[in-house]
Design a protein around this ligand. Sequence first.
Ligand code: SAH
Length: 249
Amino acid sequence: MTGALYIAGLGPGSDDLVTPEVTAVLNQATDIVGYIPYVARVTERPGLTLHPSDNRVEIDRSRHALEMASAGKNVVVVSSGDPGVFAMASAVFEAVENGPKEWRNLDIQVLPGITAMLAASARAGAPLGHDFCTINLSDNLKPWELIEKRLRLAAKADFAMAFYNPRSKSRPEGFVKTLDILKDECRDSRPVIFARNVSRPDEEIRVVPLDQTTPDMADMRTMVIVGSSQTRIIEREGSPIVYTPRSVG
Ligand code: SAH
């Protein structure tokens, strides 16, 4: 009995942004593993068992998925967006590296999805059209000092920046500090995009000059994209186009 383990990205929310490859694998699966709201996006059918679990139990969830695949099941671990971006793929490989040797020989495949950063940037225009970097602002898995160092160096290097997990109820002060650091390093009014619930029914996109941003503009359902010093705004009726030119003189 040879099972398989797929680690699949469900995209940012809309069914239209799930790849056909992921849909096909979900249709063949015997078991779906993942965080409760992501598993809820998979349609139930006979022969399919859903295993929703709470946040922050990624390693237990990974081991469970690997055990089921070892026992011959066709298991799909689901993440939102892309599974390789601050999500389950690394958690599964941490479990593989530290687990029984036979897990290394399992058929494990990572299936990409549209990450929130790309869905958000597409809505705004092309803010990531030149060099950029991505930072997860959650300090669950790394010290705040490291986040602060990366923010300052990224601003000094004049990258556009995309922030995941900007602000949670349990640690709202992190995003307050983030905006203070950016205002201090950049000292201009470059555009900041707050893209909330992208591709979901309650999607909301705001473009705010950096010097007018306030911490309450983001929550955990928001992707924040900060332009570089070169990022441009094209004003028009309705929401403006934000883009970063391809070249720097
Ligand atoms: N693997 C996911 C990211 C998980 S981290 C991906 O590739 O997209 C979770 C963070 O992603 C959230 O805090 C938020 O910052 C961002 N995010 C996920 N879906 C989003 C959406 N539809 N709209 C805006 N931000 C989203």
